[in-house]
Design a protein around this ligand. Structure first.
Ligand code: DQA
Length: 142
């Protein structure tokens, strides 16, 4: 099974950006351990700060690419992007929305997600472990 993890805007700064909220580990440091934990899964990774690039990548993987699932942290686009919602709806594979922080404990504008309604499920608030929980959900025996 192939799974694509996509990180949206400002998540390239993980480890340095607001460490009190997002922790002090970079995604590049976290990813090898995650891959090692799921040797049976091919885990690809993509990050962009640009909304259209996230959509291009999701279409490539989830419509044409034969991926079994996408783990998406859309960052702030979560709260604003109808285009991402439409994209997720058009894919052939499930998408799990993840957030490192518990967005419901934070500012009110973060309580609304425009993409949750198009996703298989949502995981938030477990730090970087949110990504592992999403992989777990995608790989669980049905
Ligand atoms: C985030 C939460 C969003 O509200 C925020 O804009 C982010 C990161 C998270 O992972 O907790 O950039 O998606």
């Amino acid at each position: 099974m192939k799974i694509l993890i996509i990180n949206g805007p400002n998540l390239n700064l993980l480890g340095q950006r607001e460490p009190g909220i997002y922790g002090s580990e970079s995604f590049d440091a976290y990813l090898p351990g995650l891959k090692a934990r799921y040797p049976q899964v091919e885990i690809d990774y993509f990050q962009s700060n640009v909304e259209g690039e996230l959509i291009n990548k999701m279409q490539e993987a989830g419509f044409f690419g034969g991926f079994g699932g996408i783990v998406l942290n859309a960052g702030a686009y979560t709260h604003t992007s109808v285009a991402l919602q439409d994209c997720i709806r058009s894919l052939r594979c499930p998408v799990i929305e993840v957030h490192i922080s518990n967005v419901h404990k934070r500012e009110e504008f973060r309580h609304r997600s425009l993409i949750s309604c198009a996703c298989l499920g949502v995981i938030c608030g477990f730090g970087l472990d949110s990504y592992r929980l999403a992989i777990e959900a995608l790989t669980i025996e049905k």
